[in-house]
Write a protein that binds this ligand. Structure first.
Ligand code: SF4
Length: 282
């Protein structure tokens, strides 16, 4: 049984959510050009890319190829380009930095300490992210409030005040799927035949680098397969982690978040994070 069979169930009011997501993208593209999508090539991001193509907004799409991704993930770049007739910008880490890191600390450095794991995320993700976002006024993500407690207060649009080369820069972060459910995502993938990572059919709901991602099992929550050996509070790669550590704000450490301006924190959604693994046959 694949991911579509397991999960594709639209929530009440899905049609309204979809229209709101499209309207948000159109509005953001007008207000914040140039704008770009940061795609992890996960299910949500494939939906966002489809919405970008569907609405026809002028948004580029980029991927951070950490050089540690599954082959199935990387193959999606070509599938995305072929499906929508676009070019995905791929950013990789500095090969010299990567080689030196592996020589000094080993291929398995991420398991040795939290500091080494975060150092790996820094040069493989954070530094390339800074390059990808240079000159952009906004970036689009596939964050959903339901994904984890850390993301429970994600807003449709968030503003970040950055300090780059001594200049104050405002950058918006646009989250068009903020109130979508996992069932909404898979319903949309199903009805539009959107390409997706086959690892989702192997019980990988959240997919990152190969050494740091595993399948989830009965009753585990959505992101339990990411950095599974770490304490829950440490499980951040930095891309969406606020400088005060309060919630995911996957910005480089030098970034300083502005206070969010749209509503208060959402309720604890621990129960909503659990994917319906019970429906997976033994
Ligand atoms: S997720 Fe793992 S392999 Fe990928 S950059 Fe972070 S520590 Fe390195």
């Amino acid at each position: 049984m694949g991911a579509i069979s397991l999960y594709a169930r639209p929530s009440a009011g899905f049609a309204d959510k979809l229209e709101a997501s499209k309207a948000l993208l159109v509005s953001a593209a007008r207000q914040y050009a140039p704008i770009t999508q940061a795609s992890s090539l996960g299910a949500e991001d494939m939906v966002v890319s489809h919405l970008i193509a569907d609405t026809g907004i002028a948004a580029s799409i980029f991927v951070l190829d950490t050089r540690m991704l599954h082959a199935e993930t990387l193959a999606l770049v070509g599938r995305l380009e072929a499906r929508y007739g676009l070019t995905v910008d791929v950013y990789q880490p500095d090969p010299v930095v990567a080689a030196n890191f592996v020589t000094e600390f080993g291929d398995d450095a991420m398991y040795k300490s939290l500091a080494l794991r975060k150092a790996c995320c820094d040069f493989r993700k954070m530094v390339p992210l800074e390059r990808a976002l240079a000159g952009q006024r906004a970036w689009i993500t596939g964050l959903r409030r339901e994904q984890s407690n850390a993301r429970a207060d994600v807003h449709d649009i968030e503003h970040q005040q950055l300090h780059i080369d001594g200049r104050a820069v405002d950058r918006a972060k646009v989250n068009p799927l903020a109130d979508w459910t996992w069932g909404d995502v898979w319903h949309f993938i199903s009805i539009h035949n959107i390409p997706y990572n086959p690892l989702h059919d192997e019980f990988f709901p959240s997919i990152g680098c190969a050494p740091c991602t595993r399948a989830v099992t009965l009753g585990e929550d959505f992101r339990s397969g990411r950095w599974w050996w770490e304490q829950e509070s440490a499980k951040e790669c930095g891309l969406h982690v606020a400088a005060d550590g309060s919630h995911e704000a996957e910005e480089p450490a030098a970034f300083e978040p502005l206070s969010s301006n749209l509503g208060g924190p959402a309720a604890n959604r621990a129960s909503a994070n659990v994917i319906p693994i019970k429906e997976i046959p033994a």
